[in-house]
Write a protein that binds this ligand. Structure first.
Ligand SMILES: Cc1ncc(COP(=O)(O)O)c(C=O)c1O
Length: 357
């Protein structure tokens, strides 16, 4: 192997986290959200490992077809539905389940002929105001879908805007709006993302849609993954490629943005924003060298970062470095960098060597 930057996907952790999701809602069925390349973990690898999920949810036809071509026979939901009428042919061929979130998608379905083979999910906008029909339109849309000759089953779905803050009043407002909109209608319901599944008991029904928790990061603002019994499914690792002694008052890195107050030992790590390490991670962001926590110093560059090795004076080139993983929660790194674990996971780039254990 040449450059030591590598990402490792931990299959045992993925399975553990799915078990935890199931335990939280034993009566519900699990639609594992694996869009965006399985949150950066590898779409088909994740689907294979999470064979115990009842269904998978993705964001595009391309992702769904990739799943089918890899041999996945489970129900696959298209969370944003189809983007054009022409996609409906492939939806039928591959037995996919599109969300219907607006009039346009409804008309595309209504224009389809052929047997009643499509299972669809009607998305109701109960207050997030991103996708979905207004609650007051639910009955009319449901009736139109029932009249579509190609439609077999209609599920009822909504998404919560503030589930990561369980006490946020918006959650109860959205739940009440959903229940009022679907009362008396036939069809299975789906409300819970990871955060709701963990903290909002009333959403643990029908189909739950965990995403981030499957990968071991916390869906809640107030906690990090390990606090919730989750295991990190991704490690980003590299090595020290240089160890240097710097005089007091000397700057390190681009823009001379960090200056040593005293003579110090710094390490250069082969990782940078070209690998997906966040460019905006500030000095002080934790990094593990030989399993010991040290602070990032200076600016993150494309291929390298620098760390203060003051607490690891015996560190040497070639020593192992973890940027996030089982011993350094990705949530912690994300917080320092002013982002969320979702973004860090999704942005690991293709040049990083990938392993599955
Ligand atoms: C409609 C929908 N449901 C469920 C999820 C999963 O959310 P989380 O990863 O927070 O569990 C997402 C993710 O963005 C989503 O868009």
């Amino acid at each position: 192997m040449s450059r030591p930057a590598r990402v490792t996907i931990h299959t045992g952790a993925l399975r553990h986290n799915l078990r935890l999701a199931r335990q939280l809602a034993p009566e519900a069925r699990v639609m594992a959200v694996i869009k965006a390349n399985g949150y950066g973990h590898g779409l088909t690898d994740v689907a294979t490992v999470l064979e115990d999920a009842d269904a998978f949810a993705v964001a595009s036809l391309e992702e769904a077809v990739q799943l089918r071509e890899s041999g996945c026979g489970k129900p696959v939901i298209l969370l944003e539905g189809v983007f054009s009428a022409t996609e409906l042919d492939a939806v039928r061929v591959h037995g996919l389940q599109p969300v219907v979130h607006d009039q346009r998608q409804l008309e595309w379905l209504a224009a389809q002929t052929g047997p009643a083979s499509l299972d669809v999910w009607l998305k109701i906008d109960t207050g997030m105001h991103r996708l979905g029909i207004a609650p007051a339109q639910t009955r009319a849309f449901h009736a139109r879908l029932q009249d579509c000759s190609c439609v077999r089953r209609i599920g009822l779905l909504t998404h919560l805007a503030c589930a990561d803050e369980p006490a946020h009043p918006r959650n109860q407002v959205q739940l009440a709006a959903f229940d009022a909109a679907v009362v008396g209608l036939d069809g299975e319901c789906s409300i819970a993302n990871s955060a709701a599944l963990m903290r909002l008991e009333a959403t643990r029904r029908g189909w739950v849609r965990p995403g981030i928790m499957l990968y071991g990061a916390s869906p809640l603002q107030e906690s990090i993954g390990p606090d919730l019994g989750l295991q990190a499914a991704m490690s980003l690792d590299s090595e020290l490629i240089a160890v240097r002694r710097i005089e007091a008052g000397e700057p390190v890195g681009y823009g001379a943005a960090w200056t040593s107050e005293r003579e110090c030992l710094i390490g250069v790590v082969a990782i940078g924003y070209g690998d997906g390490y966040p460019r905006h991670a500030p000095a002080g962001t934790p990094v593990l060298v030989n399993g010991r926590q040290v602070p990032l110093i200076g600016r993150v560059s494309m291929d390298m970062i620098t760390v203060d090795l003051g607490s690891v004076p015996d560190a040497a080139p070639g020593d192992p470095v973890q940027l996030w993983g089982p011993r350094l929660p990705i949530d912690t790194v994300a917080r320092h960098a002013g982002t969320i674990a979702y973004e860090l996971m999704c942005q690991v780039t293709g040049r990083v060597a990938r392993f599955v254990d």
